[in-house]
Design a protein around this ligand. Structure first.
Ligand SMILES: *Cc1c(COP(=O)(O)O)cnc(C)c1O
Length: 377
């Protein structure tokens, strides 16, 4: 059996190696390392794939979030609401820009921001909401967009984990994750669903004015060479990453399918176990399974992780600590306001999930999980 990994980028690379190697060498031959033709071609292809007017490539997913916030003309102390249960980058950029983060509980089943609690967190100082499409499934965007409209708030979708997911509104219209809010952001970190071979990110919007502004911000606030109209950053996608992304974008739907097949296998093995909750599938969003995350109800989650490790099966706790309890982002809170996040911190465990899992590996993983759960009272 091949060694089981959380993410198997080597096996995936081997299947596209000849194409990737040829394209990477061509970038070096042409010496168009930054903002070359490959970056432009990828940008257009991603716009078409997402059906969004503007894609602005940048250096990573954290920059993408920061640049999105910078484009919105917020002022110090303005409040930005996001989920307490997400990767720290989402809240980090809010603090970097001297805005105030307001953290909100998530849904127990969907792992995404709870819209009732979101509503009660809105104050006259609230300016934006950052829903995170955590683990590969969209937040409840219809409700979030409704709330945002009512209160005149911007919506930035953190789509680092859900690229390719489809959202269906109640009138039947469909949109890709990351293209529904004011701005969407993503990351091309190697382990993401559309990952490059280094760092990369992108920003999406249908708003012409914001797109123009962000194209300047990523490039030192320059709209005309050496004329700096605002304070920007230096955040670029390089051409080597772009050629990798062009090849992998063509495969993204097939990759999503492979992830869903692995998820279906896991679901089937665990669905009837009374101490295991499988990830729920929301009625309005497809799932791209960035992570396959179980909830373990018997209080033995850590024991399960150790047992799996002893069998050479990696499993991860995403995330072990609530953002509101992190030293850097600490805020006073009432436990009752965060009951779902706090339960999830104790229960979640993510199993290996990638495009290259085979049946032998899936069988070994599921049997090992069940063996532990059935022999540990
Ligand atoms: C990975 C990730 C980011 C940050 O992306 P980087 O490219 O690593 O900067 C932001 N938000 C979420 C939810 C992520 O998973």
């Amino acid at each position: 059996m091949r060694k089981i990994q959380m993410v198997d980028l080597q096996s995936q690379y081997r299947k596209i190696k000849s194409e990737v190697d040829k394209e990477v060498v061509e970038v070096m031959d042409s010496a168009t390392f930054v903002n070359g033709p490959a970056v432009k071609a990828f940008t257009t292809e991603l716009q078409d794939y997402l059906n969004v007017k503007h894609v602005i490539p940048c250096a990573n997913g954290t920059d993408a979030l920061q640049i999105a916030l910078m484009a919105l003309d917020l002022k110090e102390g303005d409040e930005v609401i996001t989920a307490d249960f997400t990767f720290a980058a989402t809240v980090e950029v809010i603090h970097l820009l001297k805005l105030k983060s307001v953290l909100v509980d998530v849904d127990y089943n969907n792992f995404t921001i709870n819209t009732e609690k979101l509503k009660s967190a809105i104050t006259p100082n609230t300016k934006a909401i950052i829903p995170v499409h955590l683990f590969g499934q969209c937040a409840n965007m219809e409700e979030i967009l409704k709330i945002a409209k009512e209160h005149h708030l911007y919506v930035i979708e953190d789509n680092a984990q859900a690229i390719g997911a489809n959202y269906t509104f109640s009138d039947g219209t469909q949109q890709k994750s990351g293209t529904m809010g004011t701005i969407g952001t993503t990351s091309f970190f190697p382990s993401k669903n559309l990952g490059c071979y280094g760092d990369g990110g992108a920003i999406f919007t249908n708003d012409e004015t914001l797109a123009h502004k962000m194209r300047g911000i990523v490039n030192h606030g320059m709209y005309r060479r050496y004329y700096h109209d605002e304070v920007g950053v230096n955040s670029r996608l390089d051409s080597i990453q772009a050629v990798v992304l062009r090849i992998k974008l063509k495969l993204l739907d097939a990759y999503t399918k492979a992830r869903n097949e692995a998820a279906d296998y896991y679901d089937k093995a665990f669905a009837n176990h009374d101490q295991i909750l499988i990830p729920s599938r929301s009625p309005y969003s497809t799932h791209v399974f960035h992570q396959y995350t179980l909830r373990i109800l018997n209080g033995k989650r850590n024991g399960l992780q150790e047992f799996l490790a002893s069998r050479d099966i990696p499993a991860m706790i995403y995330y072990p600590v609530a953002l509101r309890k992190q030293k850097a982002y600490f805020q006073e809170s009432k436990a009752a306001d965060f009951e779902n996040t706090d339960r999830l911190l104790e229960q979640v465990i993510s199993l290996p999930m990638h495009t290259e899992l085979d049946e032998e590996q899936l069988n070994y993983i599921t049997q090992s999980v069940l063996e532990f759960m059935n022999t540990t009272p």
